[in-house]
Every structure is written in C-alpha cells, then in structure tokens.
Design a protein around this ligand. Structure first.
Ligand SMILES: [Zn+2]
Ligand SMILES: [Zn+2]
Length: 351
C-alpha cells in the first residue's frame, strides 16, 4: 500500500487516515494553504500552519482547526506529519509525510523567491514529491520582484502626476498583501475593494509567524468619500475589471498583477493600461530547481502545464508522472472574487 494514494476526494494517506487538500468533505484534512481550491468547506477537522488558521476561519467559518508551526511534527495514527515553508502566500506550507522510512512531500503551490510575507521556500528531501505546474512552460521566467516593484512604483507616480487613480488588480489573498509593501514607498493613500479588504482585514488582525509583526492596514473603498480616493491606489480583485464599480474612480488607469501578464497581448486583451508579471508561483526554472533539490525518485505533477513539464523531467532522467486533481488557477480566479464580494456592500461588482 503506498503511503499516499490519489483518490476521488483528494490525496489520501491510508496509514494515517487523513487527506491533503481534499476537494470533498472528509474527517481529517491537512491543508497546504488558504486558497479556495486547496482549502475547501465541509471537513470535520483541519490541520494547517498557524498563519493559515485565520484565513480558514475567514473563509470557512468556525470549525475544528489545529494550527502548527514549521517543522513541528504531529502524529496522525502514528504517521509523522510536518510542515515546511512553501513561499506561496502567508502560511503556505509543503506537507512532509513520513512512515516506516518512506517520505512524501506535497508542495501545494509554491515559489522560490522570498516575498517577505510567506517565509522562504525550503527544499525538503523525499522519495516522492508532488508538485504543482501552474507556470510549467519555458516561456515563464520571472523578473526579480524588485524590478517589478520599481516598474509598479513608476507607473503609480506617473498616474499621480496626471491626477489619475491607480487601480491594481490583484488576487485578494497573497498578491494583495504582497504589493502593499512596494506601494507603501509611494503613497499612504491605499484603498481596497470589499472582497480584498475582508480577507486582508482577517490577516491584519493576526501576527504572521514569518514576519513577526502585523500587516499594514488599508481602508475599504466603501468607507471613504469619493474625493479622498483621487490620486490614490486601489487594490481590487480580477472580477472588478470592466465593471461599473470602477466608475467612481474616473480618471484612472488599470494595472493587472499576474504571472499571465508575461505573455504579450494579455494586457491588451484584458483592456488594461499596464501589466505586472508578478506571480506567487514558481516559474519554469523554479519548478525544475525545486524538483531536483528534493532528490525524489518520482515526481508527481498536478495542476498547470502538467504534460509539458512531466515530459521535460522524464527527458532529463527524472522519473515523473501526471496526476489528475481538482486544484485550479489562483492567479485567475474571478469566480472566487465574485463570491467573496457578495458579502459586502462595496464588494458588489454590480453597483
Ligand atoms: Zn494557491
Ligand atoms: Zn493551486
């Protein structure tokens, strides 16, 4: 019996009787991170990183959560489970599962560059590594984040000098917190769409382990008079693009923060004024480096450009297999942003 099985509810550890990031309700779930395709509603017990706990509470309501720190093993049915930084978003963790000398690591989503909020990704040696492959094509090669931040700051300054409001489209969990850091160098007039604000506020009330202090706060657009918004920076989810909600900011420019903006044409196709190819996922070289450093005998690839990435690894002599899961693309999750926006006046995308 393998230590981890690929079941119709998610990744399953039969010896420990728990699931990892299950997409159906189960008794015991171990969660890599708070994005909605990995942390789903309906399970009886959730084990996650301490920094992920406030995210699950905000997203899934009160429930049976246990938060642990990195490299603090717990035993489930005698199976050793420990978490290591994945560097993807606040609290995101790789899950290391060990039993009878066999070691598996489940990456969830990850990136190698340290964003200052999520902890530094840590390679973990194992026999079997399960990796994402969201940007598993050779064309995806990120610029260092400082260069992207410089571009972003120059764009905001240009808009300020023209009397325009800068609207940055960014995923509410992860990207929104990350871009607050460079924005703070340019202005303290930072406002958030309701959907972004709700998630950010839940996080700002906690003290993330990786940074050891509270996150900067921002005001909710809904709470601020229209005049005050002028010339500021607004962080909004992707569902807000092209919606009437934007009218209150005229004149404005829109910049999209997403790894997909690396592809020429996507900025124009989205009717945006600027694109910032900043991602919370590893690029092509990052994925390869991470896989090699595990020294795993087998790499299982999940969501993304699985077939291209799997074929490449096999050609390099690294045994690799594709696995079908129900994880999605968190750099492009409009539906998710729309659902969260419904709970909030200013979040409604239709008024
Ligand atoms: Zn994610
Ligand atoms: Zn994912």
């Amino acid at each position: 019996m393998p230590l981890i099985e690929f079941s119709d509810k998610g990744l399953f550890c039969p010896a420990g009787d728990f699931y990892i990031d299950p997409w159906k309700p189960v008794d015991k779930a171990v969660i890599t991170h708070g994005h909605s395709d990995h942390a789903r509603w309906g399970s009886k017990f959730y084990l996650c990183h301490t920094d992920t706990k406030p995210i699950l509470q905000q997203r899934l309501g009160n429930n049976n959560y246990q938060g642990i720190g990195w490299n603090e093993p717990v035993y489930l049915n005698g199976v050793r489970v420990s978490l290591f930084p994945a560097g993807h978003i606040i609290g995101s963790s790789q899950i290391r599962v060990e039993h009878n000398g066999e070691i598996w690591v489940i990456s969830g989503d990850y990136k190698l560059e340290n964003d200052g909020l999520s902890g530094q990704f840590e390679p973990v040696k194992c026999h079997n590594f399960i990796t994402e492959s969201t940007f598993g094509l050779p064309i995806y090669k990120w610029k260092p984040q400082q260069e992207i931040y410089t571009d972003m700051k120059n764009w905001i300054r240009k808009n300020q000098s023209e009397g325009k409001t800068s609207i940055l489209i960014a995923y509410s969990l992860g990207k929104a917190q990350r871009i607050l850091l460079p924005i703070a160098d340019v202005t303290d007039k930072v406002f958030m769409h309701g959907a972004v604000y709700n998630m950010h506020n839940a996080l700002a009330n906690a003290v993330p382990i990786a940074i050891g202090r509270k996150l900067p706060t921002a005001k909710r657009v809904f709470d601020v008079p229209k005049e005050e918004l002028k010339g500021g920076v607004v962080i909004a989810p992707s569902g807000a693009e092209g919606s009437p909600w934007l009218k209150r900011f005229v004149p404005y420019e829109i910049g999209i923060c997403s790894g997909w903006m690396q592809v020429r044409g996507n900025v124009r196709r989205k009717n945006a004024d600027a694109g910032f190819a900043i991602s919370d996922h590893a690029d092509w070289n990052g994925l390869i480096k991470a896989c090699k450093e595990t020294e795993a005998e087998c790499i299982y690839t999940t969501h993304g450009f699985q077939s291209v990435f799997t074929r490449y690894l096999n050609e390099q002599g690294i045994y690799s297999k594709e696995v079908k899961t129900e994880y999605g693309d968190d750099e492009n999750e409009e539906a998710d942003a729309l659902i969260e926006g419904e709970n909030d006046n200013s979040g409604s995308l239709n008024n």
